[in-house]
Design a protein around this ligand. Sequence first.
Ligand SMILES: [Zn+2]
Length: 360
Amino acid sequence: MSDGRDDRVGRERFRPPEHPNDHFLLTTVVGSYPKPAWLTDVRERHEADGTAVNDDEWSEALDDASRLIIGEHERAGLDVVCDGEMRREEMVEFFAERITGYEFKGPVKVWGHSYFDKPSVVSEVAYDDPWLLEEFEFSADVAQRPVKVPITGPYTLATWSFNEVYDDAAALAYALADLINEEIRHLVEAGARYIQIDEPALATTPDDYDVVGECLERIVAGLPDDVRLCLHVCYGDYGEIYPEINDYPIDEFDVELANGDYEQIDVFADGDFEPDLALGVVDAHTPDVEPVAEIEANIREGLHVVPPEKLTVSPDCGLKILPREAAYAKLENMARAARNVETDLDSGAIDAAALRAGRE
Ligand SMILES: [Zn+2]
């Protein structure tokens, strides 16, 4: 950690006052969550010509949906919550619409019959108004629990855009990383202490791990030490970016491994895993709800890599493609499984040191 962020940010500040166990496996989400059906309906009516839903009504609908999903996360028993990205439709578009220098030139075909409104960078990117401040302030005000803020990472924003200005995607990514640093400063000023950078693009082009590393250095520059920075990378060949990620200036690395039945967990089990591990323990791609006992076994996989005080429990990825009741049931089972594993750690029924040493 080259910039002085030497003290890993403790998770204790996120432990709820009524937490029942000595051990604390922080439970949270990656970010996105299924939208209520009515929200999609209201959005379509708001976007229609001769609109039947005006801007004030649309804004009220977004507030209501955010309030609803934060409540759902809290009811499921999560320690750190989020609004399920109710205000965001797509992870690149949302930011491109807010960053000076971007322009939309119409949808492009991405696969099969799917279209993606891939944005173009047509002039130097610049920071204008905050992107997420209202979202965070509303969430923090409504939530009883601490709120995590997911932000699409600069490398993903850069590689999933047309670049008409910068020499290459790396140069664009660095410029975007500086803007994200500015955005996080505003969020931190407003009280945010848990930021997650989403870099799904790194999963498909792992050779660029050094570009992402430089982006992260820019993102954390000058941030207070008590800001917890998580990096989420979706399913890919983690062996291509580990152990390199040990040099990243992050507090937590969030991975998708339930989907691959933990075949890759050994990649990390060299005893030197540096950041906290945020382990995906429920699959974000199948609506089948994992039973509590199965999730407990998944959590124990993480204890092969890090001690309990460095293990965070989350779904594999954002849950937005799932039916809402399946998403909720997974979160509820996940929170229950985490509490059960904590109880077993407290009692000694699970020997974390033995798991880590590969003796169990
Ligand atoms: Zn993901």
